[in-house]
Design a protein around this ligand. Structure first.
Ligand code: FBP
Length: 552
């Protein structure tokens, strides 16, 4: 297999561990902290997790390793969307497991959680794992979005573990996957299977964080990759001086990715979905907000600019959510067939006009035709609108264009507006992990094995103090139940890890809010450039602005 020079060089990179994990396996002891409580709904969560609730938080320290000597057979699963560093979690886990006992075995279940249910696996050895050190991607075993959540699935998982003598499962995933890890851990404990479950916090979206987990892995590299591209686009915009770039960035519902990219690159506009929801902004208000920046810059002779749009923003516009709800109702069940049978878009439009409320029709009517059609024609297998597919970068540039035409007629604007569109998502999910993610992920995996060795079940591998150099990081574990509350999902009360949205009273947003008026009118672009892997620590090892501001 041909490999690039960078890949070859990255094989030789030695990820940095927190100081307490650096003294060799024989010298890592455990310190138990306080008993824990769930963040909310304590009685309900306790009743649902009688075997795994209320356990102690723990920290590893330098000292004699007192874990029982036991052969460990561990299974690892990658769950959900790719995030840079996933390979290093597996490498860290493997290295700790083999350093403890050469007889220990690591199974990798393929294509996500379904690999465990289908007993589809590979067994890692040095030769195989060495090809993946410090590389991006999840191709080491593949990933998938099958959810492990039913008792039937848990029973199959228990059977597979029994068959291979598996003592622990490590699930590398986001909030949902780790919620399911906690439920699986409880099932294994309740049924005395002897199998432990450990989670690791993954997702580029950055929405798996709380007072214990400072950030999920992959966020650092993905946002640095997007910021490099946005910076390059800004420099192009500032050179050519003729385009407005509308850049949608991935991140699902939360706007952490958009906010971090804005802090890194200082664009003219960045929408924050959580603020849109808090201020109950309408599409028209958002379009006016962007149009103001376009017009103010045009008045200074700058007919160019950059606007960042978070992937999930339309879901946060109240009137748009109502519209989506009405469309889903309008096409529920057999009504979709009647709609689909209509021969032309004109007929379909009449059907829509007839079925929507006046308010929603008014929202629908201002959308560009391509988006209108997308809402009705590209629905998921249940017939629901696929909000994530909506090209919101095009939607907003079209709405801004309408606003500017109006302003031209009113004589309040006399600029040029040439929009270009970009969507940044998959470009960042499998990038070579930054040094931060390489180190963080390796530490998470290594630490996960220490939790296994010491017999913990239903814990999340926790590395903290992340805004400091790796030597000062703190390694330990947190019962997953501590992060849970009860939420209504699909009409049922469910125990889940709370998804972290951007906090409008948090320091990263406040910093952005304090500077954005200036950025909207002036050209204050910052060009972060490509991720650097070799060179001075202040260039190569710095993490995100979000983390730095949060830990200030
Ligand atoms: P996870 O929550 O599984 O980490 O997914 C992250 C993500 O990249 C989102 O930002 C994005 O909306 C989604 O996955 C895309 O999913 P897919 O890979 O299935 O297209």
């Amino acid at each position: 297999m041909e490999i690039s020079s960078l890949q070859k060089a990255r094989y030789a990179y030695n990820p940095k561990l927190p100081a307490m994990l650096r003294n060799g396996i024989a010298n890592i002891c455990v310190k138990e902290g306080e008993e824990t409580q769930s963040v909310a709904d304590q009685e309900k969560i306790k009743a649902l997790f009688p075997n795994t609730y209320g356990k102690h938080e723990i920290t590893f320290e330098k000292g004699e390793n007192t874990a029982p000597a036991k052969k460990q057979v561990v299974g690892v699963i990658l769950s959900g969307g790719q995030a840079p560093g996933g390979h290093n979690v597996v490498c860290g886990l493997y290295d700790a497991l083999k350093a403890t006992n050469k007889e220990n075995v690591l199974y990798g279940f393929k294509k996500g959680p379904s690999g465990l249910l289908e007993d589809d696996y590979l067994i890692f050895d040095d030769e195989y794992i060495d090809q993946f050190r410090n590389t991006g991607g999840f191709d080491i075993i593949g990933s998938g979005r099958t959810k492990l959540e039913t008792k039937e699935q848990f029973a199959v998982a228990a059977e597979v573990c029994k068959k291979h003598g598996i003592t622990a499962i490590v699930i590398i995933g986001g909030d949902d996957s780790n919620t399911n890890a906690a439920v699986l851990a409880e099932y294994f404990a309740e049924n005395n299977t002897g199998v432990q479950v450990i989670g690791c916090p993954k997702t580029i979206d950055g929405d798996l964080k709380n007072e214990d987990i400072e950030c999920s892995f992959g966020f650092d590299t993905a946002t640095k990759t997007y910021s490099e591209i946005i910076g390059n686009i800004e420099r192009d915009a500032n050179s050519a001086k003729k385009y407005w770039h509308f850049i949608k960035v991935m991140g699902r519902s939360a706007s952490h990715v958009a906010l971090e990219c804005a802090l890194e690159t200082q664009p003219n506009v960045c929408l924050i979905s959580e603020e849109v929801a808090a201020k109950k902004m309408s599409l028209s208000e958002i379009a006016d907000y962007i149009a103001d920046s376009v017009a103010n810059r045009a008045a200074k002779g700058m007919n160019f600019g950059v606007a960042i749009i978070p992937e999930g923003v339309v879901e946060f516009v109240p009137e748009f959510s109502v519209l989506i709800h009405e469309i889903n109702e309008l096409l529920a069940g057999a009504k979709a067939d009647a709609f689909n049978a209509l021969p032309t878009w004109k007929d379909k439009y009449a059907f829509i006009e007839n079925g929507l409320t006046k308010e929603s029709m008014a929202v629908f009517a201002i959308l560009p035709e391509s988006i209108q059609q997308q809402l009705f024609l590209e629905r998921d297998p249940h017939g629901n609108v696929q909000v994530s597919l909506i090209e919101s970068e095009k939607l907003f540039s079209a709405l801004v264009k309408d606003k500017l035409s109006q302003r031209k007629k009113d004589g309040t604007y006399n600029g040029k507006f040439n929009p270009l569109h970009h969507f940044l998502g998959y470009e960042g999910r499998c990038a070579f992990p930054s040094n931060f993610d390489s180190d963080y992920c390796y530490s998470l995996g290594y630490n996960a094995f220490m939790l296994i060795q010491y017999g913990y079940n239903g814990y999340l591998s926790k590395i903290s103090n992340l805004s400091k150099p790796a030597s000062e990081w703190v390694a330990g574990g947190m019962p997953i139940t501590k992060m849970m509350n009860i939420e209504r999902r699909h009409g049922e009360d469910k125990p889940v890890i709370k998804k972290a949205l951007v906090e409008l009273d948090g320091k990263p947003f406040k910093f952005f809010a304090a500077h954005r008026e200036k950025w909207a009118v002036e050209t204050c672009y910052v060009y972060p450039g490509a991720i650097q892997y070799y060179g001075p620590a202040e260039v190569c090892d710095i993490t995100t602005k979000t983390l730095a501001l949060e830990k200030e």
